[in-house]
Write a protein that binds this ligand. Structure first.
Ligand code: NAD
Length: 505
């Protein structure tokens, strides 16, 4: 990629040329059974990028059958060999990094510098981590009574269904498939109907590096058809869902027929607390990253900025200056720091919250509108927005999922904790302070799955990721994910125990 213009004709054309526009079932790219298609639009200008096959119920059934056929050989393959395929895939993703990054940017609106230098490396790192994990994830031997050997196997579940949203499609392929495949499961994945392109390209790379047919199947399509069928499918053993809390509830409901396992990564309303002893320059920078990275479309976004009253004014002065200087524009330009939101529908939803904030007496301190630049008029753009509100206002309680941060203030540690914990969500939270004792105490008290101290939004394939309450249950990443993608099987062997007969005859 040239340093100046990421969308040189070659990068752009290569990515578009690379678009796979069909379903991926049993190792082949195929049309939908009923021939339906769906259009994929650019968030930059709403132009048509591609028309791809739209899966339906029959296609899900075909994909599940293929995954079932592939399961015995895949689960019995030496774990090291499964791992090797994941390692090869990580290499292939890096080798095709420029093209994948451009595809992701065109489809989602992620600034190209994020796609290239965050999404692609994180995707490769995640597949590599689970490639290495495959033959290191062990069962255990339980110290039971003398004469018996009791060992616990971690057995794969079987066919797993995975439903992912549109905010980080490339990365979520690796977060979901990495542990599932390393553990020996086979997969049917439904990417978001809005952003299926990078997932289909990864499927092609999987085929090229030698994944057997049927181990991975991709069925793009809508939630009420493909997603619903996956959730209710009687031959799927587990459904992993990443998306909104409302859809998560529907998944639980649909899954009950065969009592399949369910993992839910849902919404969030991240508290980002700045104490009066914090390094303000670091906190200002980190807090902007916490909310504005990926246009705020992140479940872990620091969408509530909770400031100590003593530093609130000086913090906000610097934070607003930084916010107003963020370069919003065409995501294919290397200098762009914030691109468009991913769809018109979602942009409208975010813009509605600006009115909601005003109606409840909130003050818009920055942004609150689309950029004036006529070159961006057709796209899904919203300026980075900062709103002052009360902790009970809707914009302090509901997930906006956009470049929209709600500012709240506090006077004591107890008050900060109580504001932070006063939502039904519990996913990511951050805090900024020089006092380590306070930091650890607050981290223990914050209700959620992840807490960053003097940082925000760090993720690593080894570190468990997930939430509590309305943010869902189950964990991605690390050993936790491997547990969640396996069943414990307890095997008892009578080695030389003298067991008295139960029935005297
Ligand atoms: P969404 O719930 O509308 O859609 C997510 C996925 O579910 C899509 O693939 C969609 O097609 C599918 N779907 C929709 N209705 C369905 C149904 N009835 N049955 C089965 N599948 C269905 O969410 P979204 O708007 O695409 O994504 C944004 C949400 O995702 C936000 O709430 C965000 O916080 C959440 N999210 C959570 C995490 C996490 O790890 N906790 C990560 C990213 C995003």
């Amino acid at each position: 990629m040239s340093a100046q213009d990421a969308r040189g004709p070659n990068e752009h054309e290569e990515a578009v040329r690379g678009i796979r526009d069909k379903l991926y079932i049993d190792g082949a790219f195929v049309d939908a059974a009923d021939g339906r298609t769906l259009d994929v639009l650019s968030p930059h200008d709403n132009a048509l990028i591609a028309t791809i096959a739209e899966g339906g119920v029959e296609d899900v059934d075909r994909a599940v059958a293929a995954a079932e056929r592939a399961f015995p050989a895949w689960s019995e393959m030496a774990a090291a060999d499964r791992g090797l395929l994941l390692l090869k895939l990580a290499d292939a993703i890096e080798a095709h990094g420029d093209e994948l990054a451009m595809l992701e940017t065109i489809d989602t609106g992620h600034p190209i510098r994020d796609s290239r230098f965050i999404d692609v490396p994180r995707t490769a790192a995640c597949f590599r981590y689970f490639g290495g994990m495959a033959d290191k994830f062990q069962g255990s031997v339980v110290p039971v009574e003398a004469g018996f050997l009791n060992y616990v196997l971690r057995a794969p579940i079987g066919v797993v269904g995975q439903i992912v949203p549109w905010n980080f499609p490339l990365m979520f392929v690796s977060w979901n498939m990495g542990p599932a495949l390393a553990a020996g499961n086979t997969v049917v994945m439904k990417p978001s109907e809005i952003t299926p392109l990078s997932t289909l390209r990864v499927a092609e790379l999987m085929s090229e590096v030698g994944f057997p047919n049927g181990v991975v199947n991709i069925v793009p399509g809508y939630g009420h058809t493909v997603g619903q069928r996956l959730a209710e499918h009687p031959r799927i053993g587990k459904i992993a869902f990443t998306g909104s809390t409302a859809t998560g509830r529907r998944i639980v409901e649909a899954s009950k027929g065969n009592l399949k396992r369910v993992q839910l990564e849902l919404g969030g309303k991240g508290a980002n607390i700045v104490f009066d002893d914090a390094n303000i320059v670091a906190a200002v920078n980190g807090s902007a990253w916490a909310i504005f990275h990926n246009q705020g479309q992140a479940c872990i976004a620091g969408s509530r900025l909770i400031l100590h009253k003593r530093i609130a004014d000086s913090f906000l002065e610097k934070f607003l200056t930084l916010t107003r200087s963020i370069k919003v524009g065409d995501p294919c330009e290397l200098t762009t720091e914030m691109g468009p939101l991913t769809s018109t529908l979602h942009r409208d939803r975010v813009v509605d919250y600006i009115k909601v904030a005003k109606d409840q007496g909130g003050t818009i301190l920055a942004g609150g509108m689309a950029p004036a630049d006529p070159a961006l008029a057709k796209g899904c753009y919203v300026l980075p927005t900062v709103v002052c509100a009360k902790p009970t206002d809707r914009v302090a309680q509901e997930e906006v999922f956009g470049p929209f941060v709600t500012v709240l203030t506090f006077e004591s540690d107890e008050e900060a904790l109580s504001i932070a914990n006063a939502t039904e969500y519990g996913l990511g939270a951050g805090l900024w302070t020089a006092d380590l004792a306070r930091a650890h105490k607050m981290a223990r008290g914050l209700r959620g799955g992840i807490c960053w101290i003097n940082s925000y939004k760090r993720v690593n394939p080894g570190s468990p990721f997930g939430g509590v309450g309305k943010s869902g249950y189950g964990r991605e990443m690390g050993f936790e994910a491997m547990h969640d993608y396996t069943e414990a099987r307890s095997i008892w062997v009578n080695v030389d125990a003298q067991v008295p007969p139960f029935y005297k005859r």
